[in-house]
Write a protein that binds this ligand. Structure first.
Ligand code: SF4
Ligand code: SF4
Length: 322
């Protein structure tokens, strides 16, 4: 019955009007959801609401992926050094992605996935610091010819990029996402440059909001959290998958905690149960299964306490991460 009504509707209502009505429906839905959220936030604290939403979405978020997605870290360090950076970049020395290792790992992942992934995010630290970024983009595109590949950058170095960089993005169909921070960037000029080269550009976040609501991870130095529970309410799990030197980690926390450990003389232990080696005899199915499950390292994450702090430059103090 419903099917008949739908097909009748499609036949008699012109496409333009259907699109218009569909957009109206979306706007009304958004207004209703926002109003409900505003009322809920008057009644219960934001943190409890966030936890409620995360628990509610856990089953879907943590279901085994049908396609792999992963991040390539071109530089572990960064030219911005934000307080509480989830990648521990303010604590990292100058470390660049090794081109040979990247080629080896992309080749292997392409073998495992048949060259089909959900997307590949090229980031850091600050990826534009890499002196051979165009070679890295060539490699990623060579092994994953069809899928979305995009750079996530703080944008500071974008207008200093040579023409070769822009041409390479065009050639390889690479998009650029700029994470907005409360710093000065000539966004108009960046937009124009990208448009001139016909490159997809997107801006993430709103600087004014970022200043008030910068998200920070909270580490438990004793590792006394319940790993399964931490994982269940973790926004990074099964999504922020990091490719580092032949290994896939479920998140940047596990992949780069080594910099936190070294800088503050701690030992938040990473063992071979916290990552999956891609050059071992493992199938894609086994890898995807691993990536959606809690790991022993999750016991160091007090995800219930993930908090919003005011954005500022890092002072490289341990309190930014614990
Ligand atoms: S710009 Fe990004 S990678 Fe760099 S310090 Fe800030 S949050 Fe970390
Ligand atoms: S270690 Fe586990 S809980 Fe912590 S950020 Fe990674 S996936 Fe989330």
């Amino acid at each position: 019955m419903l099917k008949t009504i739908k097909s009748f509707y499609r036949r008699i209502v012109p496409k333009k009007i259907r699109n218009f009505l569909w957009n109206i429906k979306r706007i009304i839905k958004w207004i209703i959801n926002k109003s409900i959220e505003t009322i809920i936030l008057i009644i219960i604290p934001k943190k409890s609401y966030r936890l409620f939403l995360l628990k509610k979405s856990a089953k879907k978020r943590l279901a085994k992926r049908s396609l792999l997605r992963f991040d390539i870290h071109l530089a572990d360090h960064c030219n911005l050094k934000c307080k509480s950076c989830l990648h521990f970049s303010p604590l990292a020395p100058e470390v660049f992605q090794d081109i040979t290792v990247l080629e080896r790992d992309c080749k292997r992942l392409a073998e495992l996935t048949g060259g089909r992934v959900e997307d590949i995010c090229v980031l850091g630290g600050e990826p534009l610091l890499h002196p051979r970024i165009t070679d890295c983009l060539d490699i990623a595109r060579k092994y994953f010819p069809e899928d979305r590949i995009y750079i996530v950058t703080n944008g500071i170095l974008l207008l200093k990029q040579p023409e070769e960089f822009w041409q390479n993005c065009v050639k390889n169909n690479i998009g650029i996402d700029i994470s907005l921070y409360p710093i000065h960037l000539d966004l108009e000029k960046i937009k124009q440059t990208a448009m001139r080269h016909d490159i997809k550009i997107a801006f993430r976040g709103r600087p004014k909001v970022q200043r008030r609501g910068w998200s920070r991870q909270t580490l438990d130095l004793e590792g006394k959290q319940n790993a399964e529970e931490s994982h269940r309410i973790c926004e990074l799990a099964n999504f922020c998958i990091q490719l580092v030197d032949g290994k896939l980690y479920q998140c940047e926390t596990a992949a780069f905690v080594k910099y936190f450990n070294k800088y503050f003389h701690k030992n938040l232990e990473i063992t071979e149960k916290d990552y999956v080696g891609i050059h071992q005899e493992k199938s894609l199915d086994e890898i995807l299964e691993f990536l959606c499950k809690p790991t022993p390292f999750c016991r160091y994450c007090n995800t219930a306490e993930v908090d919003c702090v005011e954005w500022e430059h890092s002072k490289e103090e341990i309190s930014e991460w614990v």
